[in-house]
Design a protein around this ligand. Structure first.
Ligand code: C5P
Length: 402
């Protein structure tokens, strides 16, 4: 089932250049099977037309408090009573200020104030110039909104429509969609501490060269996000990647396998679950050179020493956390993966085919445990991560009972 299928969502759009991204967000929500009612402020209509949003949602758009279509003329009540969630994207600085103060001077602000706080979540995706975002007034308002239980999605940093560069860009539609999926996720891991390794390690040969594994870190980061969404306290130990880490995780950046090993040793004591997604280099160079080795016609021989197997070490501890390993294989997937699971003495191993998984945005996972084989069919890594987290939660809970 799609994440937001049958969810009733009010999509609020306020005035800002980023309003064009709201059309893409609406398309993603509709594709998921959500029932979306769009509400736009007058300022939003200056940036994108209600006709576009009507065509994409298949429903007339509300823009006015006094819209006679609401049977009882109380659109601010009727639109939210059945809603599971209101998302305002983009949310302007002015709109955040209104929300923080409880103003109700147009349809969107009024229905936000009138929503049932028990049954209808409110999420906002701020979008504004970097100075407006950094202004203490905006920061005060955002802190207040967070205290009021409103989810703040982003903003991101980068080039802005005004030509300046900094924080205040609205998240991309796909990122907002992922955050909304996470918001409706069941809190399977409230109070659980999960330690995750992700990405490759890099073993230096000299000052500029090194040995590494092909790993983007996408799967590990997606698992960290899914674990956070499920309520876990997440520590993410990451080798070098080009990805933005999830803001709510405690992140430790490392380069070599030895550094990853020490970071794991430091954090493992507190972990209830250890998920070892990292593609750890099996060997390191003996005595890497400080300076660059000069090129010559001679053969260069490197002496490689085996790295510690971090996962095996964790699994062999006296009271180990629930351990989940990963295996990327090129052939004989199930046989090699099961051998690995037994050798490393771990309850659950997640196997995938290297040529399908590396760097890709989607994947297929084969889970091996004492009960046999369970396949998570091809899907986006973000969706697979959520399914995997749900599976781990069930297995982990079973071990707690026994
Ligand atoms: O490299 P290998 O296929 O043995 O990796 C299987 C699992 O072991 C992965 O979960 C990986 O993160 C972990 N591993 C480790 N330390 C190593 C090698 C692998 O923790 N030195």
């Amino acid at each position: 089932m799609a994440d937001l299928q049958q969810k009733r969502i009010v999509l609020g759009v306020t005035g800002g250049i980023a309003a064009y991204k709201a059309a893409e967000l609406l398309r993603l929500l509709i594709k998921d099977g959500a029932d979306v009612q769009v509400v736009m402020t007058q300022a939003a209509c200056g940036f994108i037309t209600p006709a576009t949003m009507q065509a994409l949602s298949g429903k007339p758009v509300y823009t006015d408090m006094w819209d006679a279509r609401a049977p009882d003329n109380m659109a601010h009540i009727s639109l939210t009573r059945a809603a599971d969630m209101i998302v305002v994207a983009p949310a302007s600085a002015d709109f955040l200020a209104k929300l923080a103060q409880g103003f109700a001077d147009d349809l969107l602000s009024t229905l936000c104030l009138a929503r049932s706080r028990g049954g209808c979540r409110l999420a906002v995706a701020p979008a504004m110039n970097r100075e407006m975002w950094g202004n203490p007034a905006t920061q005060r308002n955002v802190a207040q909104l967070a205290r009021d239980g409103i989810s703040i999605l982003g903003p991101a940093s980068g080039a802005q429509a005004c030509g300046e560069v900094g924080a205040g860009r609205m998240l991309e539609a796909s990122e907002i969609h992922a955050e909304l999926c996470a918001l409706v996720e069941p809190r399977l891991f409230d109070g659980t501490r999960i330690l995750i390794t992700a990405g490759p390690t890099f073993e230096p040969i000299d000052a500029v060269r090194g040995i590494t594994n092909r790993s983007s870190g996408k799967m590990g980061y997606a698992i960290a996000r899914a674990a956070l969404a499920a309520g876990a306290e997440v520590t993410l130990i990451s080798g070098p990647t080009a990805l933005d880490p999830p803001a709510a995780a405690c992140i430790e950046r490392v380069e070599t396998a030895a550094e990853m090993y020490s970071a794991v040793q430091k954090h493992v004591e507190r972990a209830d679950i250890f998920i070892s997604v990292a593609a750890v280099a099996d060997y390191r160079v003996d005595a890497p050179r400080k300076n660059k080795i000069k090129k010559s016609e001679d053969t260069l021989t490197l002496k490689l020493l085996p790295n510690p197997d971090i996962l095996s070490w964790v699994a062999a501890r006296p009271r180990p956390p629930f351990c989940v390993g990963f295996a990327a294989e090129t052939d004989n997937l199930v046989q090699y993966a099961e051998e690995k699971r037994r050798r490393k003495k771990i309850p659950l191993l997640v196997a995938n085919l290297a040529h399908e998984a590396l760097g890709a945005d989607d994947n297929e996972l084969t889970l091996l445990d004492d009960d046999g084989i369970h396949v998570l069919p091809r899907a986006a890594k973000t969706a697979l991560a959520r399914s995997l987290i749900a599976y781990i939660a069930a297995r982990y809970r079973a071990t707690q009972k026994s």
